[in-house]
Design a protein around this ligand. Sequence first.
Ligand code: HGY
Ligand code: MN
Ligand code: MN
Length: 411
Amino acid sequence: MTALSIDAERLLGRIRDLGQIGRDGDGRLVRLAASDSDKAGRDTLVAWMHRTDLDVVVDRIGNIFGIWKNAANADEAPVMIGSHIDTVIDAGIYDGCYGVLSGLEVIETLKATGFTATRPIAVAAFTNEEGVRYAPDMMGSLVYAGGLSVEEALATVGTDGAVLGAELQRIGYAGSVEPGFLKPHAYVELHIEQGPVLERERVPIGAVENLQGISWQRVTIEGDANHAGTTPMSMRRDAGHAAARVVTFLRDRARNASTPTVATVGCISFEPNAINVIPSRATFTVDLRDPDEQRLQAEEAALAAYLRELAAAEDVGISVERLARFEPVTFDKRILELVEDAARRRELPSKRMTSGAGHDAQMIARIAPSAMIFVPSIGGISHNPREHTPPDDLVAGANILLDVVTRLALR
Ligand code: HGY
Ligand code: MN
Ligand code: MN
């Protein structure tokens, strides 16, 4: 008997279609949380949910749920499939969207076969997973899991000065339902790996057993603006130079470490940002990650010590603001075994692995047994328009999700 399969063309077509929504004037994909382009993506997803006859619910932080339930199972805890459809700047079309659209596809496929689940099946699109406009990232799922109050989240001021709550109102996604209204029986997230491991090892399915800790900080360095031509080097309080020292310190330390620690300065700005003025202020972000909590704390302490030394040596003021901090997460072994069993039955190699990226699953793991499934990323590239996963791998991953959800929905 051939195994049930999702409708590949429908899934791949929706990924392509959603990937065209939110292109800016330069053709870049930019659907930042609660922006007009995010609204356009949300509206498209909701329309597809309605077309599948799902109950659509939006909660107060704008998380969107498409719920398939019937009179017999409506009171049972649901199997939840989720991810996100907001993007970074100049994004690929698979990050997050692949998981949400595969969840919708799994429900649509099961509905068409007359499958009778013993519990509802819900697909979720969580608000602001990327954290580019509003920190922290994974915000919608963090609020959903009770890790951040919805009031605090709604009051968050974005990088453009807009307040999240007002933006959700403006785009029509300030729902009335309290986050956490559905406590999942189990949560599964399908996602592109966004790293090089599966492609390099020619393994089509990743059973993600844990996810590394994340530390986000914003550093502000205060110096003195002064004339670039007349100020002797020995008399400068150069915030720009001090910032450059931190960037190099972080990269060299992580690069030379024998651990999987990674460090990234993704945003940096100078004031007054003029060619002939010594920067009076430098503001930049630091993203530190490590699968081990003790090591991550040691990296944060090493940076703090370096900043103290640098402030004294360069006679500058340095202040640090925490933007996000999440400890490493271990996923549910039972669900992982279902993933591996499903791969075996479909004669697909799989491997256990760690997620380098943050995901909504790490938040929902606080309230329900959760796990992730990865598919390969070509060249390990992500957060980049060249992000790509071959269609066969996309379909294989969605079929593993179908098998795992089917098993969970019968328990
Ligand atoms: O930052 C992350 O890892 C995720 O893409 N938000
Ligand atoms: Mn993602
Ligand atoms: Mn991402």
